[in-house]
Design a protein around this ligand. Structure first.
Ligand SMILES: *[C@@H]1O[C@H](CO)[C@@H](O)[C@H](O)[C@H]1NC(C)=O
Ligand SMILES: *[C@@H]1O[C@H](CO)[C@@H](O)[C@H](O)[C@H]1NC(C)=O
Ligand SMILES: *[C@@H]1O[C@H](CO)[C@@H](O)[C@H](O)[C@H]1NC(C)=O
Length: 430
């Protein structure tokens, strides 16, 4: 911050003019913010001094300053922060969960939250949700999601497992996929001890976590050697996954990289580092992997439900829409729920307490999925309810794309929905 002080001194001493000081502030502040961000998180990927030229481009400075200032919005979650900190450190809550079970090859830990029916001696084995948190492949911690996990267990009448995984720089995306696979293996091998139904696992992930849920399942379906799990075990794991629920997820790394570029955060983001560079983007994209599966493998992909808020600027809603199109084209059971006016953070923060705005909306959509055990002929697991309106509504138009206007950030944006059917949740109370 030295140059700051100098700029101010010079301005004050020589001219003592307010406009000049204001000007210096207006230019100096954004430059300082974005240079510090880039110094901490990574310079542009250019040779020699060119990286600094790239780093100093006005558009980059403007966008980065905006991105950093947007982080200030997280201050409003201060109250929630203290709520989960207190809950997690309070020993009285230990009756609701088992904390810090070590699992898998990388020695990560998981927490296991009991279902409400746990403890009834006659209770049948309970289904399991494995919740994979997000954090751009480089941040996050299982303790943050204790309130979410306990509510999820209550709402869905399941046990919830919240594993940590080897976020960058501890590991790369492949290590993360191995970790999620290991957490599933843990359920299968230790489930009985906790009265879990080892054959009834649902993967729910947010953001990067949704990406990891989809990617892990597809690696398993593909029987990937890189997982270092025996073929039989991989097969068993796949058949125990009864569904994937992606919340505000990333499914094409290249698309997301282009979105990051637009926000000028591509070099400060951990994504390309966790993926070991652009050359591996396809390898780590569920969208690319799906296209490589044969017919037999495609049949083994479990049903997928995608939820996305239309006000999301971190991962745009198009990410889920595009993925849903692909799943539909490949005849994989799929539901898409678009939630007007919801943003990226609310998708998880609002699942932490019943008084939060989108709590009932999101759990309502997830519960809807549980009911859809009899898919209709089109292989689409969606049932229309009064809360939702489905598009395209007219079956005979589904072969050509339908442009649908949705309540969206910056007034309204048209979404192109091709053959996929989306459920727009309209009756979100304001
Ligand atoms: C919750 O699940 C348990 C076992 O999975 C079942 O016995 C119980 O009836 C369920 N409760 C409700 C309210 O659905
Ligand atoms: C998400 O939306 C809510 C409600 O509009 C807003 O208060 C909050 O600041 C937004 N959060 C972020 C991180 O943008
Ligand atoms: C659906 O499309 C067909 C053919 O374009 C048309 O005849 C029919 O009236 C449409 N139905 C509805 C409910 O819009």
């Amino acid at each position: 911050m030295g140059h700051w002080y100098v700029i101010c001194r010079i301005a004050l001493k020589c001219y003592f003019s307010l406009p000049l000081v204001a000007g210096a502030l207006l230019v100096g502040l954004p430059y300082s913010i974005s240079l510090v961000a880039q110094w901490l998180y990574g310079w542009p990927n250019k040779p020699g001094y060119q990286k600094y030229i790239e780093a100093l481009k006005p558009r980059r400075i403007y966008c980065l300053t905006r991105a950093v200032l947007e982080m200030l919005k997280y201050l409003q979650y201060g109250k929630l922060y203290f709520q989960w900190k207190l809950w997690y450190s309070n020993d009285k809550n230990n009756k609701h969960y088992v904390k810090g079970i070590t699992f898998g090859r990388q020695g990560n830990k998981l927490d296991l939250y009991y279902s409400p029916s746990m403890g009834h001696s006659d209770a049948a084995p309970v289904p399991v949700v494995v919740f994979v948190y997000g954090g751009a492949w480089g941040s996050g911690d299982r303790s943050i999601y204790c309130l979410l996990a306990i509510q999820m267990a209550k709402e869905l009448n399941v046990s919830v497992i919240c594993p940590d995984y080897s976020i960058y720089p501890k590991g790369n995306a492949l290590n993360m996929v191995q970790d999620i696979s290991d957490s599933l293996l843990w359920v299968r091998e230790n489930g009985q001890t906790f009265n879990l139904d080892q054959d009834n696992i649902i993967l729910i992930g947010h953001s990067a976590g949704a990406h990891l849920c989809a990617l892990t399942t597809l690696f398993l379906v593909n029987n990937a050697d890189e997982l270092f799990i025996e073929t039989n075990k991989q097969k068993d794991l796949v058949s125990s996954i009864k569904g994937i629920i992606g919340l505000s997820g990333v499914y094409s790394i290249m698309d997301h990289y282009n979105h990051e570029k637009m926000r000028a955060v591509e070099y400060v983001s951990t994504m390309h580092k966790a993926m070991d560079g652009v050359k591996n983007f396809d390898y780590y994209s569920p969208t690319s992997l799906l296209k490589k599966l044969n017919e037999d493998q495609l049949k083994r992909v479990p049903p997928v439900a995608l939820l996305h808020g239309t006000n999301d600027i971190i991962v745009p809603v198009e990410s889920s829409v595009k993925f849903s199109e692909l799943l539909t084209a490949l005849s994989i059971r799929m539901s898409l729920y678009l939630i007007p006016k919801m943003n990226h953070t609310e998708m998880v923060t609002d699942l932490m307490a019943p008084d939060r705005h989108f709590y009932h909306t999101v759990y309502g959509c997830i519960k809807q999925e549980g009911k859809n055990d009899s898919p209709n002929e089109r292989g689409n697991g969606l049932v229309m309810t009064s809360r939702c309106r489905c598009f395209p509504c007219n079956q005979s138009t589904t072969s050509s794309p339908v442009r649908q206007r949705l309540p969206h950030r910056r007034d309204e944006v048209e979404l192109e929905l091709g053959r996929a059917r989306a459920c727009v949740v309209w009756d979100v109370e304001d």
